[in-house]
Design a protein around this ligand. Structure first.
Ligand SMILES: C[S@@+](CC[C@H](N)C(=O)[O-])C[C@H]1O[C@@H](n2cnc3c(N)ncnc32)[C@H](O)[C@@H]1O
Ligand code: SF4
Length: 453
């Protein structure tokens, strides 16, 4: 295994989209095309599957130094109302494009820290969104809560408007690790927030934990999982720490590369963590996720409806996902579009009735075929094809890479199918990379992606 780690631990995408953002083609993209593909997708899918909404709430009171998310650190809460007004204005710009009332199947509040906002403001935001939309009967509304500032009132306010899922950032329970990543968060806070959610009636509670953090050792991962066992969240994200300090302004400083566990230590932490989680009763779902058999993420894996998009894994697929807020990404199935990242610019554009996107991509036929294989691999650890859908020019190169992975025991190859082996699962990003013809055509000139392990 160790030599495999050395061989495959290379920079690689996490494939929340294909093509990945650095490979979007701006030459074939325009705002006009984005709107027309969005309308097409809406007409095709609103009445049948509904639409998904991702709302980015970028504020945090304090900077965790490991964090790779797009956020703005501030203690001034007077930023809340103007931002909510911009979100509702942006939503109104989308509503103008639709011929009927949207039916919201999924809604996710991500961040930053959604619980930076007061319960009243969050409720106002959701009520504002739902004023001109219907909730799907089987809607799934979720939010990311910070255990240090999620109150019973937050949980109740969001429950009252339809939320039944919450995920808490835990990362690691060890004090030394917490101090290094500037996120001191006692177990008691996580316990309180988890218990409140259960008492109120949330049906899926998730915890995010991370391996590979600075100064994190195997025993810290073990202790974190032991503590997690005391609370038994329904879902667990067990993320590999993504070290991306070259991305300006994301705050990954205060420790050196030498303070991070090596690729091999990281892989051992993952293997041990996975083993402990299995002993406790969790099942592995796609990449970096685990769930109890009672959670719908597990059930969707069993029934083959598991899907992956910019929000990560979801239990059901909608063809159209609209991202609201600074830096959010939307996916119309035929195209992607990303909002401007600067808060000021975002608010300025929206105030001037402009849909605030600044880049995007229209998917070609080839992109759509490869996206299907990557989604199959990410969600089911296998993919199959018929001859006419495997026409891209680099097929020989794709097969050559897959044969090498077969030699290494990572995949099994059949005439019209490949299956990822148990041994191959930790290398799923590498296996998807074999299909990524855009990456083969143009290797990145600078570091774009975190290491795959
Ligand atoms: C937006 S945060 C969660 C909500 C809230 N802000 C909090 O911190 O509790 C989403 C999650 O992304 C994960 N995350 C952030 N930066 C990461 C990194 N560099 N590598 C791996 N996971 C990361 C963390 O597990 C974090 O809980
Ligand atoms: S981990 Fe959460 S609270 Fe910390 S900086 Fe990132 S988004 Fe903010």
């Amino acid at each position: 295994m160790y030599s495999l780690v050395q061989k495959y631990n290379i920079p690689g995408p996490r494939y929340t989209s294909y093509p990945t953002v650095p490979y979007w083609n701006m030459d074939t993209f325009s705002g006009k095309q984005w709107k027309s593909t969005l309308q097409k997708s809406f007409e095709e899918s609103n009445a049948t599957e509904g639409v998904s909404l991702y709302i980015h709430l970028p504020f945090c009171e304090s900077m965790c130094t490991f964090c790779g998310c797009h956020k703005r650190i501030t203690k001034r809460h007077n930023v809340e109302s103007p931002y909510i007004n911009s979100l509702l204005k942006e939503w109104a710009l989308y509503l103008d494009l639709f011929s009927q009332k949207p039916i919201i199947k999924e809604l996710h509040l991500g961040g930053g820290t959604p619980t930076f906002f007061s319960p009243e403001n969050l409720k106002m935001l959701i009520n504002g969104i739902l004023k001109y939309a219907d909730k799907a009967e089987d809607h799934s509304f979720s939010f990311e809560g910070h255990p240090n500032n999620t109150t019973r009132e937050h949980l109740q306010a969001l429950y009252d408007v339809g939320f039944r899922r919450v995920s808490y950032g835990v990362q690691d329970y060890n004090e030394t690790v917490q101090k290094v990543i500037h996120r001191v968060q006692p177990f008691e806070n996580v316990k309180k927030a988890t218990n409140w959610a259960r008492e109120i009636g949330y049906t899926s509670i998730g915890h995010d934990i991370i391996f590979g953090l600075p100064f994190q050792r195997m025993r810290h991962v073990e202790e974190t999982i032991l503590k997690t066992k005391e609370l038994m969240p329904d879902r667990l994200a067990f993320y590999s720490y993504a070290h991306i300090p070259w991305l300006k302004g994301n705050g990954q400083r205060g420790y050196k590369d030498a303070d991070l566990p090596s690729g091999e230590e990281k892989r051992e932490q993952y293997e041990k963590g996975k083993q402990l989680l299995a002993e406790v009763g969790y099942h592995e779902i796609g990449m970096d996720h685990f769930a109890l058999p009672s959670d719908d993420l597990f059930q969707s894996m069993e029934t083959g409806t598991l899907h992956r998009n910019f929000m990560g894994y979801t239990a059901s697929k909608t063809q159209l996902m609209i991202g609201l807020g600074a830096s959010s990404i939307s996916d119309s199935w035929y195209s992607f579009a990303q909002n401007v990242k600067s808060l000021e610019e975002y608010q300025h554009l929206v105030a001037n009735d402009v849909v605030p996107i600044y880049r995007g991509h229209i998917l070609t036929n080839e992109d759509q075929i490869i996206r299907k294989h990557i989604l199959n691999l990410m969600c089911r650890f296998e993919t199959s094809w018929d001859k006419k859908t495997l026409y891209f020019a680099e097929l020989d190169l794709v097969l050559e890479k897959l044969f090498e992975m077969k030699q290494d025991g990572l995949v099994e190859i059949y005439p019209d199918q490949i299956k990822v082996t148990e041994k191959g699962r930790p290398f799923i990003r590498n296996i998807c990379m074999a299909f990524d013809v855009l990456l083969h055509r143009r290797a990145p000139e600078t570091r774009l992606f975190s290491m795959t392990i």
